[in-house]
Design a protein around this ligand. Structure first.
Ligand code: C5P
Length: 236
């Protein structure tokens, strides 16, 4: 069994099976887990996940479920046999959906997949929230949805680097905080507006980090992943 030796998931954002397999190999060689999302899952499905990810590799299925409680619970049970460490769902699905999701995972025992709530997508600003009838700031909505998710039995939250401090303070030490928007010192921010280095995010209170393009868009992804692993080992 491969085990991740760093609290990092490499975001494998591709619909292509061969490319995914190559990137998974680069990430796991550095001791990282892998995150597969809608782009891969829509193209390759659960069979593709089994083909791309060796058993024992920490797997984050970023499927961001949001539907009526029964449908979300059934979808979660359908992907649980892939043995993901984490699966995402939208906290804005509300208490009924969140509780049904938490309940659906119970039958999978102590090693069950853990659920992560997505609060306000970082692509949304205050005017977008107003357009969908949400008054108040993005920050207030993030905190409201994060507390709701945890109260309903969800294990953790996916959050932007700028939200780590407020969420850790509001949710306490047990909540799992998984943080994208991470850039190793000196690498391009791409479209991420507020970034932290891996070491900064961990010392700010992140539990796990998600790192995509600094690895996947590098000329040599295995080398880029190894460099991040040694940056983390040095900072530890
Ligand atoms: O390439 P990069 O490191 O920016 O990839 C970040 C990953 O995290 C992508 O899969 C992206 O969809 C995801 N993500 C994000 N920001 C969020 C939530 C998820 O970048 N707020």
């Amino acid at each position: 069994m491969t085990q991740s030796s760093h609290p990092v998931f490499c975001a494998i954002d591709t619909p292509d099976l061969d490319r995914a397999r190559a990137l998974v190999a680069a990430a796991t060689a550095a001791g990282f887990g892998v995150k597969l999302g809608k782009e891969f899952f829509a193209a390759q499905g659960a069979t593709g996940v089994r083909l791309a990810v060796p058993p024992g590799t920490p797997l984050f299925l970023d499927l961001k479920f949001h539907d009526i409680p029964n449908t979300v619970a059934s979808a979660l049970k359908a992907v649980a046999p892939l043995k993901p460490t984490f699966i995402t769902l939208h906290a804005s699905g509300g208490p009924g959906m969140l509780k049904a999701a938490a309940e659906a995972m119970r039958e999978f025992g102590p090693d069950r997949p853990k659920l992560l709530g997505v609060t306000v997508l970082t692509s949304l600003d205050q005017s977008d929230l107003a357009a969908i009838g949400v008054s108040g700031s993005v920050e207030a909505q993030v905190l409201r949805l994060a507390k709701l998710a945890i109260d309903c039995g969800i294990d953790g939250i996916v959050a932007a680097p700028s939200e780590i401090g407020a969420l850790r303070a509001a949710l306490g030490p047990q909540a799992i905080l998984v943080i994208p928007g991470i850039r190793p010192a000196g690498s391009a921010a791409d479209d991420q507006k507020r970034v932290l280095t891996p070491a900064q995010a961990l010392s700010a209170g992140a539990s796990w980090l998600v790192i995509g393009r600094p690895i996947t868009a590098a000329a040599d992804p295995a080398d880029a992943a190894r460099a991040i692993a040694s940056e983390l080992a040095t900072a530890a």
